[in-house]
Design a protein around this ligand. Structure first.
Ligand SMILES: NC(=O)c1ccc[n+]([C@@H]2O[C@H](COP(=O)([O-])OP(=O)(O)OC[C@H]3O[C@@H](n4cnc5c(N)ncnc54)[C@H](OP(=O)(O)O)[C@@H]3O)[C@@H](O)[C@H]2O)c1
Length: 240
């Protein structure tokens, strides 16, 4: 898929922030974007309008049954699927000494379990069709240890390694790659923890949703010879 024109690509968590930027960038390149959302219906509608009246699909990705319904609806609407961008996720900051089972599941149900089952659903559509691309959004937290985000780091490191395992499982028909964003704030630039990371980063600035979208488009349009890779788009933050 060197050209996105007319390609059907599902972006999860596409109503706002990075997911919105990815959806807009894909639509601009001529893709037919399926906008997934959970709680942010109004924002999803706004993003969909900006993507040229793209359809929107609601699903709580904590539930595998909802994931199966989501992919069935997308397939019913478009009749095909060419790509999946697993962007939806949760983020919490917790002392690892006090994390409960519920805290752990809250993160892992969406950040890792849902990513796996979305990949599975996409592969069940794309393998028989003869090709497709999956891009999973991981995190700098998969590459560097953040002590008060141990649970989040584990989920995102899981995404990075899941990406490698599924790349092998589904080669050569599908490519499965991952982006690890650095600090991509949407108004949180001046929060102390966020500012400290921005100051530390070799780029000395935060990243943008458009820069993450650039990485996603690279994997969606690259030859399927590029598979199982994790691309840090982080201004060099993971290097220091
Ligand atoms: N922003 C950053 O600095 C940064 C850094 C590293 C990695 N990342 C990764 O990049 C991706 C996007 O980041 P972001 O900051 O734009 O994300 P975000 O705003 O925190 O979340 C994206 C979307 O995920 C959806 N979501 C959450 N729980 C869900 C559930 N149970 N079912 C369905 N959807 C659910 C939400 O959709 P609704 O609003 O519709 O409910 C939300 O809008 C994430 O994977 C994140 O981990 C971000």
């Amino acid at each position: 898929m060197t050209d996105l024109d007319g390609r059907v690509i599902l972006v999860t968590g596409a109503a706002k922030r990075i997911g919105r930027a990815i959806a807009l960038a894909l639509a601009k390149r001529g893709a037919r974007v399926a906008i997934h959302y959970s709680a942010s219906r109004a924002e999803a509608e706004a993003t969909a309008a900006e993507c040229g009246a793209a359809p929107i699909f609601a699903a709580n990705l904590e539930s595998v049954a909802e994931i199966e319904r989501l992919f069935a609806e997308v397939h019913r609407h478009f009749g095909r699927l060419d790509g999946l961008v697993n962007n939806a996720a949760r983020f919490t900051k917790l002392d690892p000494l006090t994390i409960t089972e519920a805290d752990w599941d809250f993160i892992h149900d969406v950040n890792l379990k849902a990513v796996f089952f979305c990949c599975q659903q996409a592969a069940r559509l794309m393998l028989p069709a003869g090709g497709g691309r999956i891009v999973n959004i991981s995190s700098g937290g998969a590459l560097r240890p953040w002590p008060y985000h141990a649970h989040y780091c584990a989920s995102k490191a899981g995404v990075a390694h899941l990406t490698r395992a599924l790349a092998v499982a589904w080669a050569p028909t599908l490519s499965v790659n991952s982006i690890a964003p650095g600090v991509i704030p949407f108004g949180e630039e001046n929060e102390p923890g966020v500012k400290a990371l921005i100051d530390k980063s070799p780029a000395r600035r935060p990243g943008t949703g458009d820069e993450i979208a650039e990485g996603v488009i690279h994997f969606l349009t690259a030859s399927r010879f590029t598979t199982g890779q994790v691309l840090a788009v982080d201004g060099g933050l993971s290097l220091v």
